[in-house]
Design a protein around this ligand. Structure first.
Ligand code: SDX
Length: 432
């Protein structure tokens, strides 16, 4: 009996296979099922990947039971309090926190890639003004794959690094331009004298006819939100980027696939859906009705911003965002923002409800983030775009890790087939 294996036995035939146990540095070990089909003729079946590890990674660790989130071993709470988004981006990409020289070189490089090709700006004209910004982002980021032929040999580490730096640097510029396009204003170019978050705010809200000064609290809040959203191990959009990248696809096209996956309301689209839900609930008196809908199996309504596939305790990011909500709203006219008050009340009631307690449904990172974005003047259709700007760092870090993996192969899942057995074609007149 070997402690480093799990024995799988086919009780119908008595055939067995010892599955090797692979252990990481933290979290559950895995049973390597790579030879299961060859030995016993069975595929494994795990739609939604509830119990399935798709890869080996050293970037982000989550303990869903304890509410722990580590970026390269550093607790998210410490990074949110003490670091800044570009330092966290460096950490996620390269595995260690930078020294002063490394950080200055990294930020200088990003600043020199923050502009977008002039012809790329014409892509926006193809979108009607009321196009959802996530549709614009998916299209424009995908179109980057038509440029930069000097950085798409994915087996060249310098090309991979340059593609990653370009993507991180250009996302705020592309995002702000999608907002400006939606309101019919001219695009504002990046200002290299500003911070990453400050530059984004300037590109979003400054106009040629007026001076614009970046609000330090807005800059700090945005930088912290970018840190919290930067990476989250193998979530749906990151897994999409990995799968697209596993075929050797263009890196910019892979990031566009991640944007598409993030857009869904079950994933990154939840922050926009939370605000719509709070506006629909309107008043705390309506909360019981909506909780009943959320519990009704025949009602598709879900309490947006609640629940998580991994966190079965609190989402550590939600607690940090809730605190930042108080800080941002305290300095703004929306000090008593009715939506924030409603969100606090909804959280309080939901967390004392047996259904939510039994199902371990807690507020996730999306529950409060939209309230901050709204307080900063960012429209709700841009909320998931904000998530995409931050998650681009995680997507490119995970993509670089995957491509550099010596055993990297194309991802190609199998299936449980339950369609028709073999049958012959008959001419239309002969079909009964
Ligand atoms: C993000 O994966 C990541 O790491 C994602 C993310 C990241 O940083 O990348 O953390 C970001 O996507 C956060 C999640 C944002 N989505 C939402 O807030 C949408 C609302 N939440 C749900 O749709 C749901 O909770 C999910 C999608 C987040 C998780 O879905 P699961 O793990 O597939 O769980 P499930 O749908 O199987 O639900 C389990 C049970 C079900 O009840 P039973 O059938 O077992 O009785 O819990 C119930 C569900 O009905 N349930 C909810 C609920 N979420 C789950 N019931 C009411 N309201 C909810 N929000």
């Amino acid at each position: 009996m070997n402690n480093d294996t799990i024995t799988a036995t086919d009780n119908a035939t008595g055939n067995q296979i010892d599955l090797p146990i692979r252990r990481g540095s933290l979290g559950p070990a895995v049973a390597d099922i790579g030879h299961l089909y060859q030995a016993l003729g069975y595929f494994t079946y795990d739609p939604g990947f509830v119990s399935t590890a798709s890869c080996r990674s050293g970037i982000t660790f989550i303990d869903g039971e304890q509410g722990v989130l580590l970026y390269r071993g550093y607790p998210i709470e410490q990074l949110a309090e003490k670091s800044n988004f570009l330092e966290v981006a460096y950490l996620l990409l390269y595995g260690e926190l930078p020294d002063r020289q490394q950080f200055d070189a990294f930020t200088t490089t990003l600043r020199h890639h923050s502009m977008i090709n002039k012809s790329l700006e014409r892509f926006y004209d193809g979108f009607y003004h009321d196009a959802h910004p996530m549709a614009v982002m998916t299209g424009v980021v995908g179109s980057l794959s038509a440029f930069y032929h000097d950085s798409t040999d994915i087996h060249n580490p310098q090309h991979r690094e340059l593609a990653a730096q370009r993507m991180i640097a250009k996302m705020p510029t592309i995002a702000a331009a999608s907002y400006k396009h939606s309101i019919g204003e001219s695009f504002v170019p990046p200002q290299n004298s500003l911070s990453y978050s400050g530059n984004f705010l300037n590109m979003m809200f400054s106009v040629p006819s007026e001076p614009y000064t970046v609000d330090p609290l807005a800059e700090k809040a945005l930088d912290m939100l970018f840190i919290l959203h930067a990476d989250h191990e193998q979530n749906a959009s990151t897994s999409t980027v990995r799968l697209a990248g596993s075929s050797g696809a263009n890196p910019f096209a892979c990031i566009a696939s991640g944007i598409a996956a993030l857009w869904g309301p079950a994933h990154g689209g939840a922050n926009e859906a939370v605000l719509r839900m709070l506006e629909e609930i309107g008043d705390a008196g309506n909360i019981p009705k909506y909780l009943a809908k959320a519990k009704d199996k025949n009602d598709p309504f879900r309490l947006m911003g609640f629940g998580h596939r991994v966190y079965k305790n609190h989402d550590p990011r939600a607690r940090i965002v809730r605190r930042m909500c108080h800080e941002v709203l305290a300095t703004r006219a929306q000090q008593n923002d009715p939506l924030f008050e409603l969100a606090l009340r909804l959280e309080e009631i939901a967390l004392s409800d047996d259904y939510f307690i039994d199902h371990k449904l807690y507020p996730n990172v999306d529950f409060y983030s939209g309230i901050i974005y709204k307080a900063l003047g960012i429209p709700s259709q841009m909320f998931t775009v904000m998530f995409a700007i931050a998650r681009t760092v995680g997507w490119v870090a995970q993509w670089m890790e995957m491509i550099a993996e010596p055993q990297q192969r194309i991802g190609r899942p199998r299936q449980l087939y339950d369609g028709p057995s073999r049958r012959d074609y008959h001419e239309m007149d002969e079909r009964g």
